[in-house]
Design a protein around this ligand. Structure first.
Ligand code: K80
Length: 463
């Protein structure tokens, strides 16, 4: 045991990595992306939230649990997995049109079905009518468009006989040790078979059985990093010696970035999150990750502006947004998701300069109309107006008594009609006469050309 100031620091074998926040090129690349596409595709995409003619108003990937589907019936879905409408190029085109810089795909979800031909189980895509290596096809298509591919992997496995939620006796311990060995081998397979994968996104790690095996989570991280130099691992994989998750018993982040924000974002003023890298993931419908064919999902599809606001929100706090897509069982994309992707892409085409490579703008407090971001390399400050006041007037509170040297609208839709100083360090822009932006009304992103003193690169970013 050593001490840091007044705080007692526990010696941990399986806590945080030495070295703190990663500053290498692979991590800088992930950080600069800011916006990615999540994809949930598996056997659950076939029934799409409906079983025996009944809609189950719950996340579609949980259908085997919610509808109490007999395991043999769920396994039999593999016989219907044809992927007849699967087109990796079409998926990648949609992601590129949306402005996504990376894509994270479910290689295995909780039901245990594997999207690659694993040697460790028969429950995989090679034993379906599809019989193709969709992960290889996706990697080729996405990487051809400059989009990184990452893998989601569920440690929780409803299909494997040795999975345990708790370890109550020696038999459980022995079974779960076999399970962890199986999962480690599967992950080694993935890393060896698809060496260009940039990151692993772990899920299903919250049960007592996993929390008692912090050593295994530490070994997984090591194995992946030994196999793929620079690979990135999310905090959700990790537990420490005492079962602490995400953050070790000393409060230090484990893994490379914090991945606890699921279907929620940090509060806009919670600058504590800027101390680390993080990523939030979000559904397009209210709560389904896998394709859900019911009204429960269709009635709750987000507006493109909701997504744009979240991208700006995350960037303003130095985090990434991972927006989920649920392709249908046959591999086709949902038109409603393609349409949303196109609209978000319209906005990013025009305003991406204020998102990609940008992060938190220290000292620039969030305001009711939207967010400030800062280019991590050259220090340029951006004001992203995602919630235009009814007055058409945007008040910008400048930090620390700074004056505003000038403004340049990134929008093709026109310059602000007027800019006046309301008080010291408060300027007001009248944008009511600006013509509609790409989302159908005046949505203006301003670049604030401030004094050179403000043009300081983010010290956390190496280029
Ligand atoms: C698992 C368990 C709960 C309670 C909520 C969500 C999840 C999974 N994590 C998301 C990223 C999806 O994969 C979802 O199935």
């Amino acid at each position: 045991m050593d001490t840091r100031g007044d705080n007692v620091t526990l010696q941990l074998n399986y806590g945080t990595n030495d070295g703190g926040r990663r500053r290498d090129a692979a991590m800088a690349r992930f950080r600069a992306h800011r916006f990615g596409q999540f994809i949930h595709w598996g056997l659950y995409s076939i029934p799409g939230g409906r079983w025996d003619g009944q809609d189950i108003d719950f996340a579609a990937e949980f259908l085997p649990r919610m509808a109490k589907v007999p395991p043999a019936e769920w396994e039999a879905l593999a016989g219907q997995f044809t992927a007849e409408a699967f087109d990796a190029e079409a998926w990648a085109d949609t992601a590129a049109a949306m402005g996504a810089k990376y894509m994270t795909i479910t290689t295995k979800h909780h039901d245990g079905f594997c999207l690659w031909p694993s040697a460790e189980t028969d429950f995989h895509i090679g034993n379906t009518p599809a019989g193709r290596d969709v992960l290889a096809e996706l990697i080729a298509a996405y990487e051809a468009r400059g989009i990184d591919v990452n893998f989601y992997y569920s440690v929780l496995d409803w299909h494997h006989p040795d999975w345990r939620y708790q370890l109550e006796n020696d038999d459980d311990e022995a079974a779960f040790a076999r399970y962890l060995d199986f999962a480690m081998k599967q992950l080694a397979e993935l890393a060896q078979r698809y060496p260009s994968v940039k990151a692993f996104w772990f899920d299903g790690t919250w049960d007592e059985s996993v929390k008692k095996n912090g050593e295994w989570t530490w070994q997984v991280e090591r194995m992946l990093k030994d196999t793929i130099p620079g690979v990135i691992v999310n905090s959700r994989l990790r537990a420490d010696d005492h079962g602490a998750r995400h953050f070790d018993s000393n409060g230090e982040l484990m893994g490379d970035y914090e991945s606890g924000y699921e279907r929620r974002l940090p509060e806009p003023w919670d600058v504590s999150v800027t101390a680390r890298d993080w990523e939030a993931c979000m559904t397009i419908s209210q709560a389904s990750w896998g394709y859900h064919q019911g009204d429960w999902a269709a009635d709750t599809i987000k507006h493109p502006l909701d997504v744009v606001d979240m991208i700006a929100h995350c960037t303003s706090l130095g985090g990434n947004l991972l927006l989920n897509f649920g392709p249908r069982g046959d591999g086709s994309l949902q038109p409603v998701e393609q349409e949303l992707a196109a609209r978000v892409g319209d906005w990013l085409t025009e305003f991406g300069e204020a998102i990609y490579g940008c992060g938190h703008a220290p000292g620039w407090s969030p305001q009711g109309w939207g967010y400030f971001t800062r280019n991590d390399t050259d220090g340029t400050i951006f004001a992203l107006v995602t919630r235009l006041p009814v007055s058409g007037r945007v008040r910008i509170q400048l930090p620390n008594g700074l004056g505003l040297a000038g403004l340049r609208s990134l929008s093709v839709s026109g310059e602000p009609a007027s800019m006046r100083e309301l008080a010291e360090s408060v300027v007001e822009l009248d944008v009511s006469q600006c013509s509609p932006g790409p989302l159908g009304f005046a949505l203006t992103t301003m670049r604030l050309d401030n004094r050179d003193a403000l043009r300081e690169p983010n010290p956390d970013v190496l280029t």
